[in-house]
Design a protein around this ligand. Structure first.
Ligand SMILES: [Zn+2]
Length: 291
């Protein structure tokens, strides 16, 4: 679809609007939604349908200085910019692209180590296995950033495969083993997607479910089972991160996450995985010239 059509159908020509995600990075698949950001001072996310296309709308502040967010604006395409605000923002980001990418990678590694510590403090806690999976996914985020790919739940598995080919390291194996990617079967994925959509509806409640359902169907139909598994656990991690400090007060969520994240609870295995992730995190921190 022509992006001008989206702007006119959603009546956005007087707004500051950019297109991000895989559509601009040209890694898109036919199941992928359009990710547009409207700089209107808001912070909510909505899902809309224009014609046959799903559109994920992120509302944002033009003056936001959160590196995590700014890094995601890398290569953003301007769709509408009546006051030249977005042009100014993107040229500022362009000047410090590398620095942003490395600082977000470093933050992901530090968060990953933090989650392993949290898990090790109480391995019998029901949340321990959730923290371990989040930690592995944050290490995956860092790995794709360090290889100059984008943090995209749909495409990251492929990026990780590609970067593993170029480097002699064990990171890819550790991540795939801890996440449990070899367990991806159509029947398991069918259960995982149901719980993932349920979790998204409970926490985000912004129509994300239709996008998740669409991706799941495409990836399974095209036999991309481990990509689908990775996509689903990554979506869950992205929903958990903003509520990471309060989620333990909601033990009822463990039940849905058990299926959504395909959790196991083997104390010895969890301890081993936490140690592996901690070691990998420290090794990655040691490597970096993070500016
Ligand atoms: Zn995509």
């Amino acid at each position: 679809m022509d992006t001008n059509q989206i702007i006119s159908k959603l009546d956005l020509s007087n707004h500051t609007v950019g297109l991000g995600g895989c559509k601009v990075h040209k890694t898109t698949l036919s199941c992928c939604e359009y990710n547009i950001t409207i700089f209107d001072g808001g912070n909510q996310i909505e899902t809309k349908t224009v014609g046959n296309e799903l559109i994920r709308i992120h509302h944002a502040k033009i003056l936001d200085s959160d590196p995590d967010l700014l890094q995601k604006y890398d290569s953003m395409e301007i769709l509408s910019d009546p006051n030249w605000d977005l042009r100014t923002l993107l040229s500022k980001i362009n000047d410090k692209n590398e620095k942003l990418r490395l600082s977000v990678a470093k933050k992901s590694i530090i968060d990953a180590i933090f989650f392993t510590t949290r898990a090790k403090q109480d391995l019998d806690n029901e949340f321990a296995s959730i923290w371990i999976k989040c930690s592995a996914l944050l290490i995956a985020d860092a790995l794709v950033l360090l290889s100059s790919y984008q943090r995209s739940p749909t495409h990251m598995m492929e990026f990780l495969r590609q970067s593993a080919k170029n480097k002699q390291n064990d990171s890819f194996t550790i991540i795939t083993e801890i996440l449990g990617l070899e367990r991806a079967t159509p029947s398991l994925l069918a259960r995982m997607v149901k719980s993932t959509i349920g979790f998204s509806d409970m926490i985000e409640n912004n129509g994300h479910g239709s996008i998740i359902e669409n991706k799941y169907r495409f990836l399974v139909e095209n036999s991309l089972l481990s990509d689908c598994y990775f996509y689903l656990v990554c979506i869950n991690k992205n929903i958990i991160l903003p509520i990471r400090d309060t989620i333990h007060k909601r033990p009822e969520l463990v039940h849905i996450l058990k299926t959504a994240l395909d959790l196991e609870h083997d104390r010895t295995k969890l301890e081993q995985q936490a140690n592996q992730l901690q070691q990998k995190g420290n090794e990655l921190i040691g490597l970096g010239n993070y500016g």
